[in-house]
Design a protein around this ligand. Structure first.
Ligand code: SAH
Length: 219
């Protein structure tokens, strides 16, 4: 998602400081302390690349017993997610302007129960494959922070990225389940649409979805 830089956002985002850690904010004390940060012990689910936050805010509203952390590299879009979280007073959501490449600095080993990836950038050129959020490099980071029975849940409209992800996960020893190449055909009542999911499916794109678990003993 590309947005023109909007300087007013850098100030406006501070209004939602109870929900979001802006660019340059201090997150160094969070690893291993997320339960403390939320003031309760609860499953910890993380979304990477939350965009404008339709998914994580609706998910958090529906699941008040789960603690949610949303990561997004671009402050210009995360602002809108923070506003939604604040409007709904979602105390179980914390958003951070954060590059997921540094995931293992933000979470302790086995601190995370689930990771959501939705409509991640496809990086179609082979020389950019390492930047894909389902590359082997990223999978290793996820394995480092996930609990033993933890899982990744991934949705995309991009057939190339979906095929690559299935293959990469399988090769790295993850157990694939809930795989479909046409999520909407299943008519699952609990599917929460993201901004991209709405946009692309309205144009007729099919949405792929998978879940992947670490095999017992870790990957
Ligand atoms: N999940 C949203 C947005 C999809 S676009 C939706 O489905 O509508 C992908 C988003 O991932 C972009 O906003 C981009 O800034 C973010 N992103 C890409 N790489 C990232 C990284 N390494 N860490 C955090 N966010 C990232």
């Amino acid at each position: 998602m590309r947005l023109r830089r909007k300087p007013w956002i850098d100030t406006a985002i501070l209004d939602y400081a109870d929900f979001v850690t802006p660019r340059g904010g201090d997150w160094s004390h969070h690893a291993g302390a997320w339960a403390e940060m939320f003031g309760r012990t609860a499953p910890l689910h993380v979304e990477i690349g939350v965009g404008k936050g339709d998914f994580i805010t609706e998910l958090a509203a529906r699941n008040p017993d789960v603690n949610y952390v949303g990561l997004e590299a671009q402050q210009g879009v995360l602002y809108f997610a923070a506003r939604k979280a604040a409007e709904r007073q979602l105390r179980n959501v914390r958003l951070l302007v954060f590059d997921a490449a540094r995931l293992t600095e933000l979470f302790a080993p086995r601190e995370v129960d689930r990771i959501y990836l939705n409509f991640s950038d496809p990086w179609p050129k082979a020389r950019h494959a390492k930047r894909r959020l389902t590359s082997e490099t990223f999978l290793t980071r996820y394995a480092a922070v996930l609990k033993e029975d933890g899982e990744i849940r991934f949705k995309t409209d991009n057939a190339g990225l979906f095929a690559y992800s299935l293959e990469t996960m399988e090769r790295a020893g993850w157990l694939l389940c809930d795989v479909t190449h046409d999520l909407h055909a299943l008519g699952e009542a609990d599917n929460i649409m993201t901004e991209y999911e709405r946009k692309f499916s309205a144009r007729g794109a099919k949405i792929g979805r998978l879940a992947a678990r670490l095999p017992a003993g870790g990957a």
